[in-house]
Design a protein around this ligand. Structure first.
Ligand SMILES: [Zn+2]
Length: 119
């Protein structure tokens, strides 16, 4: 009886079946990993754009309330005082460029860095 059970268990998968399963899992992972990493990077760009938008609106309010004129020094002071914890997810540095807030990693557009997307 024990010998019969061992023979049934040993006949579970052949080597070809096991290699086929491993190959299919490899194909699925090869497709899924770049897609997931693109989703993560896109989410980080969106978070950065939203953070810059929030900092920009509050910076304008700060200038109006404090009756100050916009400059890079005033902006650095504002960010250090009020937005030290709001940062780019990719550790970019927010800077005032003209009237807009620029991220050193993502630029100042809606999450784009001026790169042409690959279709
Ligand atoms: Zn950024």
């Amino acid at each position: 009886m024990l010998l019969f059970c061992l023979q049934i268990e040993m006949a579970g998968l052949t080597l070809v079946e096991l290699l086929a399963v491993i190959a299919i899992l490899g194909i699925i992972l090869a497709i899924a990993i770049p897609s997931i990493s693109n989703i993560v990077e896109s989410s980080r760009k969106d978070v950065c754009a939203e953070n810059r938008l929030m900092v920009s609106k509050n910076y304008r309010d700060y200038l109006a309330i404090e009756d100050k004129t916009s400059s890079t020094i005033i902006f650095k002071e504002f960010v250090q005082l009020r937005y030290d914890e709001v940062r780019c997810p990719n550790d970019g540095i927010y800077q005032l460029v003209g009237e807009e807030i620029d991220c050193s990693k993502h630029g100042n557009h809606d999450g784009g860095s001026g790169e042409v997307p690959i279709l």
